[in-house]
Design a protein around this ligand. Structure first.
Ligand code: NAP
Ligand code: GLV
Length: 310
């Protein structure tokens, strides 16, 4: 009997994923049948994306696991019809993309690039930027993506701190954790980067009170999720100068509505949820490895803890 795998992720990407998943599954040596339509009762595994049209898992009575192509799982983690293991995506391609986006935007602000790119003729400002070792950067969220970003920034010489729910030890990074560690992490963050999941606990991590803990004029980069920031508090802090600039990739409503204040605020850069994305070739290898594990009775990789929400 083949292992039946239903592709139920973004419908428009089936043509992209069919060949990469097929190649990766063939490499496992499994006998499999991969399709984008199946009799639900025949399905063993579902390759999923949070924006999938499939929301009711009840008919999938023999399902063994749902394998998400997204890192973020807020769109599925609360689905009561899903009772089998749920794995999120940890993809080395996506991680590389995020490291590049975060490093690029950190360097933009660290080097003060805008001053020179936007300079008018005759504006001569002969002040060299500080070295990275004199710039304090904080990464909120030290998971697959945050730890890779923190490590890369530290390798460039930045003075990097990080913050997570549980205690961490990352070479070159001063790690804080838990509610009691947040203040120290924020006080360090001349450039503060958010890479946490969207959960009830992380909502409004940056609010009026915590934004006030940042160094004056701090730069905020948010490639995590929109609800991590209280938008009204951020706009107010941008206006008072407590926050110098915010580069935002993710929003409570996406696409960001055309009349949202972020679009026209002179101290906000909007990027349209492109900080990184799952790369089909490397992500397919992760999916295939998880199916191989499931069939071999081995533990799945990157399982979501439903009670934590990520
Ligand atoms: P991850 O491996 O699950 O890491 C999440 C990190 O956040 C962990 O360090 C976790 O702490 C920390 N965290 C969670 N809840 C917390 C809390 N209440 N207090 C303090 N720290 C908390 O996730 P990831 O793969 O790095 O991805 C992070 C997020 O990036 C995703 O959830 C998604 O929202 C976003 N993302 C965005 C894009 C984009 O293009 N913009 C692309 C991919 C992902 P522990 O280590 O202690 O568990
Ligand atoms: C993208 O935002 C993801 O969660 O993979």
């Amino acid at each position: 009997m083949p292992v039946n795998i239903l592709y139920a992720a973004t419908p428009g990407k089936w043509e992209t994923y069919q060949p990469t998943l097929t190649k990766a599954l063939q490499a496992t040596g499994l006998d499999f049948d991969l399709r984008n339509e199946f009799d639900p009762e025949a399905v063993d595994y579902i390759v999923y994306a949070s924006n999938s049209p499939l929301q009711d898992f009840t008919p999938y009575k023999n399902l063994k696991a749902v394998l998400n192509l997204w890192a973020g799982v807020e769109g599925i983690v609360g689905n009561k019809s899903l009772t089998v293991p749920l794995a999120r995506m940890v993809d080395k391609g996506m991680t590389s993309g995020m490291v590049e986006w975060v490093t690029g935007h950190t360097l933009r602000h660290h080097l003060g690039m805008d001053r020179h790119i936007l300079a008018k003729p005759g504006e001569w400002h002969p002040v060299a930027p500080p070295l990275a070792r004199n710039r304090r950067v904080t990464v909120l969220g030290l998971g697959a993506l945050g730890s890779a970003c923190a490590t890369t920034l530290a390798s460039l010489g930045f003075d990097v701190a990080g913050w997570s729910r549980s205690a961490k030890s990352i070479p070159g990074v001063t790690c804080h954790h838990g509610p009691e560690g947040l203040r120290a992490a924020l006080e360090h963050g001349e450039i503060t980067i958010l890479l946490m999941p969207n959960t009830p606990e992380t909502e409004n991590t940056l609010n009026a009170e915590t934004i006030a803990m940042l160094p004056r004029g701090a730069i905020i980069l948010n490639p995590g999720r929109g609800p991590l920031i209280d938008d009204a508090a951020l706009l107010s802090a941008l206006d008072t100068g407590q926050v110098g600039h915010a580069t935002l990739d993710v929003f409570r409503v996406e696409p960001l509505p055309a009349d949202h204040a972020y679009w026209t605020h002179p101290k906000v850069t909007v990027t349209p949820h492109i900080a990184s994305e799952t790369r089909p070739d490397t992500a397919s290898e992760v999916i295939a490895e998880n199916i191989r594990r499931g069939e071999a009775g081995e533990p799945f990789l990157h399982l979501v803890d439903r009670t934590r929400g990520y």
